[in-house]
Write a protein that binds this ligand. Structure first.
Ligand code: MOS
Length: 732
C-alpha cells in the first residue's frame, strides 16, 4: 500500500475530548441518564475472616425508599460458568458474590441495599445488622506460608555467587499501592427481558465486563452490551470486572428495574484491586570491574486466598543486564485479603525498584559511576531467549540523559552536597517494559461528504485514544483531523485487547491504520476504474491523498476529491473492518527502555524528602503525539514519586481492616510534591513491533522512577533505605 505522508502523526495535538471533560459534558459510567433507575449500596463485611451468622435487614427495609436487601440468604444461585479469554479468574478459583456465608477479607460484600435514592440506599446499608463468627485473618506477607514458586534458572547462580569477588545480599520490601483513580468504579445495569445493558467503568468492555457477566449469569456474551465511553483514570484497576458489577446486574434482575451502583472512595480499597506488596531478596555477584556474574531473586508477593494473582516481575531480572547465571523463585502468598491486580508498570516497576537500587549499591561499592556500571553490563542480545533486540537504545538514553541532566557535575561521594539545611543528591535508574501487542479490529467508514468515522471497542482512560486514533486515521485516509471522528467503549464495536499493558497504540492503532489504508484503496480503485475520473488508468500505488483529495504522486494537478468520486458513483459511503494481529511467534525481543534521573533534597534535621527535578529519556519507538506522550510521561513520574515516597496501603493485622482507605491518609503526590519534570523521547521507530513502529509508553514511564529517587536519597544522605515508601522516620 502507498505510504501516505505523515502530517498528523507525530504532531502535538490537544485532546479532542478535552473540552467535553473540563465542561462536565463527558459522561462517565454513573452519569448515564436512565429512566426509573434505582440505587444500590453495598454492605461490606466488618470482619477480616469468618462466617456470616445472620443478616437482620428489618430496620433497613423499614427505611423510606428502601425496596430490597439481598444477601447470600436470599440471592439466587448464579451459574458462574467458564469464561476463557478474559482477565477474569476461572470459575473454580474465584469469589462468588452472595453465594455462601464465608467472609474472605475485610470489606467483602455481604449484602446490597436497593432503594429509590442514593441516600436511602446508603442509609439502608448502614441499618443492615450483620453478625459474624469471626476468625483471625492472616495478612502478614512476611510470615504466611507461600504457594509453590515459579522458577527460572540459567547457569549456576549459587556457585557463581560463592565465587564472586564482589557480592551483595539485599532484601527490599515494597508497600501495597492502590490506583486511586479520580472517577470511582461504578456500574449501571439494565435488563430488557434476557438482554442486559451495562454502563461500566472498565478498561475492557469485551474481555472484562461483558465476559464476566456472561460467565456469572450463564448467558451468551451477545446478550450483553457494555458501554463505557469515558473512563476517569484507572491505571489497571479496570482491567478485570469486580464484584460490584455483578451486584449491580443482580440487583437489577431481582428488582426488575435499572440499578446504579457507585463505590464510595473507601470501598475502592477492597472493592477493586491493588499493586501487591513485595518482599524481594536479591543477591548479586560481580568481578572487580563491575561485570555481573550472577543474580538470585527470591520474590514473595501477596495474593488472595480465593484467586491467585501473578504479574511479570521476573522478566527484568532475566534480560535487563548481561550475566551468565540467574536463578529466580517467585512465590505468591495467599492472605485473607482481596485480590490484587496490575497497576501501572505492573511487575516491572516492582522488579526495577529492587534491581536498580541494587545496581546503585554495587556501583558505590565498586567506586564505579552508576551509568558506567550499567553500560558495562549491556547485553548484546536478550539472554533469556537468545533473541536479538528489535531496538534497544538504552545507551543512548543514558548519554542523552546524562548530558541534559548535567550528570557530569555530580560529586560521587554521598552526603557531600548541602544547601542550607538540605542535603542534595542525584540518582539514576534504568527503565524497561515489555512491548505487548494483541489482535485488534476497527470499523472504518468514509462518508459521501468526505468525513470519516472510525470505531473500535477500546477505551480511553485518559491516555488519549480519542485523539491518537484520529491522527493515525487522518494520515492513512489523507484527511485532516477535524474530519475524522473516533468512537470507542461499546461492546458492539469491533473487538480489541484490554486498554492496558501499553498495547492500545500498537494494536488498535495498527488496526485503524489497516482499515483506513483499505478504505483509501477502495476510493482510489473506484477513481482509477471510473472513465469520468481524471485519475482513470493511473496505477493505484502512484496515487496519494491529501485533505480528502486524491492525486497522482507525480502530478498534483491531476486528481479529484473523495466526495466527487463517491457522488459520481452513487456511493453513500465506503467501509471496511480493519484488523491487525502480531505474528504468532516473535523473532525479536521487544521492549521499551528509559533512563530516569532525579535530584532530591533531604532535610537534614527532619528527614523530609523533596524531589527537586526529574528527567526521563525514553526509547519508546515512534511517538504519535508528543503532547499526550508528555502527559503520560509526567503522569508516570508522579506515580513513581508516590511509590518512592508516599503511597502505602496499611492493613491492621488484628482484623484485616485497611486503616487508610481514603485520600487524606493514603498519600499521593500533589502539586507541591511535583517540581520540574521533563521527558525526552529518542526519535525513531521500531519496525519489528507493529506497523506504526510504536513500543508503548504508559507503563514504561513509571518504571525506574522510584529507584532513581531512592538512589538520589542515598547520594544525598549516605543512607540506604530498602523499604518503600521512604518516609521521613526512616531517615532520622
Ligand atoms: Mo495498565 S496496569 O495495563 O492499566
Amino acid at each position: 500500500m502507498t505510504l501516505q505522508p505523515r502530517t498528523a502523526v507525530g504532531t502535538p495535538q490537544s485532546r479532542v475530548d478535552g473540552r467535553l471533560k473540563v465542561t462536565g459534558q463527558a459522561r462517565y459510567a454513573a452519569d448515564h441518564p436512565t429512566d426509573g433507575v434505582l440505587y444500590a449500596a453495598v454492605v461490606d463485611s466488618s470482619v477480616g475472616r469468618g462466617r456470616v451468622t445472620s443478616v437482620d435487614d428489618s430496620a433497613a427495609r423499614a427505611h423510606p425508599g428502601v425496596l430490597r436487601v439481598i444477601s447470600h440468604l436470599n440471592a439466587p444461585r448464579l451459574p458462574y460458568v467458564d469464561n476463557p479469554g478474559s482477565n477474569n479468574p476461572a470459575p473454580n478459583s474465584r469469589l462468588r458474590v452472595f453465594q455462601d456465608d464465608r467472609v474472605r477479607f475485610f470489606g467483602q460484600p455481604v449484602a446490597v441495599v436497593v432503594a429509590t435514592t442514593h441516600e436511602a440506599a446508603q442509609q439502608g446499608a448502614r441499618l443492615v445488622k450483620v453478625s459474624y463468627a469471626a476468625e483471625q485473618p492472616v495478612t502478614d506477607l512476611a510470615t504466611a506460608p507461600a504457594d509453590e514458586p515459579t522458577t527460572y534458572a540459567r547457569g549456576d547462580a549459587d556457585r557463581a555467587l560463592a565465587a564472586a569477588p564482589v557480592r551483595l545480599d539485599l532484601t527490599y520490601r515494597t508497600a501495597r499501592n492502590h490506583h486511586n483513580p479520580m472517577e470511582p468504579h461504578a456500574t449501571i445495569a439494565r435488563w430488557d427481558g434476557d438482554r442486559l445493558t451495562v454502563w461500566d467503568k472498565t478498561q475492557w468492555v469485551v474481555g472484562g465486563t461483558q465476559q464476566e457477566l456472561a460467565a456469572v449469569f450463564g448467558i451468551p456474551q451477545t446478550s450483553i452490551r457494555v458501554i463505557s465511553p469515558f473512563v476517569g483514570g484507572a491505571f489497571g484497576s479496570g482491567l478485570r470486572a469486580w464484584p460490584h458489577t455483578t451486584i449491580a446486574a443482580l440487583a437489577a434482575r431481582e428488582t426488575g428495574r435499572p440499578v446504579k451502583l457507585v463505590l464510595a472512595r473507601r470501598q475502592l480499597y477492597f472493592g477493586t484491586g491493588f499493586r501487591p506488596a513485595y518482599s524481594y531478596r536479591l543477591r548479586a555477584g560481580s568481578d572487580r570491574t563491575g561485570r555481573l556474574t550472577a543474580m538470585t531473586h527470591e520474590i514473595r508477593s501477596e495474593t488472595s486466598r480465593y484467586e491467585t494473582f501473578t504479574e511479570a516481575v521476573l522478566a527484568p531480572g532475566q534480560m535487563l543486564y548481561s550475566m551468565p547465571n540467574v536463578r529466580q523463585a517467585y512465590s505468591t502468598v495467599p492472605l485473607d485479603v482481596n485480590t490484587p491486580i496490575w497497576m501501572r508498570g505492573p511487575g516491572y516497576a516492582s522488579a526495577a525498584l529492587v534491581i536498580e537500587s541494587a545496581m546503585d549499591e554495587l556501583a558505590h561499592q565498586l567506586g564505579i559511576d552508576p551509568i558506567e556500571l550499567r553500560k558495562r553490563n549491556e547485553p548484546a542480545a536478550d539472554e533469556s531467549s537468545g533473541q536479538p533486540f528489535s531496538t534497544r537504545r538504552l545507551r543512548e538514553c543514558y548519554d542523552v540523559g546524562a548530558r541534559e541532566f548535567g550528570w557530569r557535575r555530580r560529586t560521587p561521594k554521598p552526603a557531600s552536597t548541602r544547601d542550607g539545611d538540605w542535603l542534595i543528591g542525584t540518582g539514576m535508574a534504568a527503565a524497561v517494559y515489555d512491548t505487548a501487542r494483541a489482535p485488534a479490529q476497527a470499523h472504518v467508514r468514509l462518508n459521501a461528504d468526505g468525513t470519516a468515522l472510525v470505531q473500535s471497542a477500546t477505551s480511553d482512560m485518559g491516555l488519549g485514544t480519542y485523539t491518537s486514533m484520529p491522527q493515525v486515521a487522518a494520515d492513512a485516509l489523507g484527511l485532516t483531523m477535524d474530519t475524522v471522528e473516533f468512537r470507542l467503549g461499546d461492546s458492539l464495536m469491533p473487538p480489541t485487547p484490554p486498554h492496558g499493558g501499553s498495547m492500545t497504540m500498537a494494536s488498535v492503532g495498527s488496526a485503524v491504520q489497516d482499515g483506513c489504508d483499505k478504505v483509501r484503496r477502495q476510493a482510489i480503485t473506484l477513481a482509477v476504474n471510473d472513465p469520468r475520473s481524471p485519475l482513470r488508468g493511473i496505477n493505484p500505488d502512484d496515487i496519494i491523498v491529501r485533505k480528502g483529495r486524491m492525486h497522482a504522486k507525480n502530478d498534483p494537478t491531476r486528481g479529484e476529491t473523495y466526495r466527487q468520486v463517491l457522488a459520481r458513483n452513487g456511493r453513500d459511503h465506503l467501509e471496511v473492518i480493519g484488523s491487525w494481529a502480531p505474528p504468532e511467534q516473535n523473532r525479536f525481543s521487544m521492549y521499551g527502555y528509559g533512563a530516569v534521573f532525579a535530584e532530591v533534597a533531604v532535610d537534614a534535621r527532619l528527614g523530609l524528602v523533596r524531589l527537586r527535578r526529574m528527567l526521563g529519556v525514553y526509547d519508546a519507538g515512534r511517538i504519535v503525539n508528543p503532547k499526550l506522550a508528555d502527559s503520560q510521561a509526567l503522569g508516570g513520574m508522579v506515580g513513581g514519586i508516590g511509590a518512592a515516597l508516599l503511597e502505602h496501603t496499611v492493613t491492621d493485622p488484628r482484623d484485616g481492616r485497611i486503616v487508610n482507605a481514603n485520600l487524606a491518609d493514603y498519600l499521593v503526590p500533589v502539586n507541591a510534591d511535583i517540581r520540574d519534570l521533563r521527558a525526552i523521547y529518542l526519535d525513531g521507530e521500531d519496525r519489528e513491533a507493529d506497523p506504526l513502529g510504536v513500543k508503548g509508553l504508559a507503563e514504561l514511564v513509571l518504571v525506574g522512577v522510584a529507584p532513581a529517587i531512592a538512589n538520589a536519597v542515598f547520594h544525598a544522605t549516605g543512607r540506604r533505605i530498602r523499604e518503600f515508601p521512604i518516609t521521613a522516620d526512616a531517615l532520622l
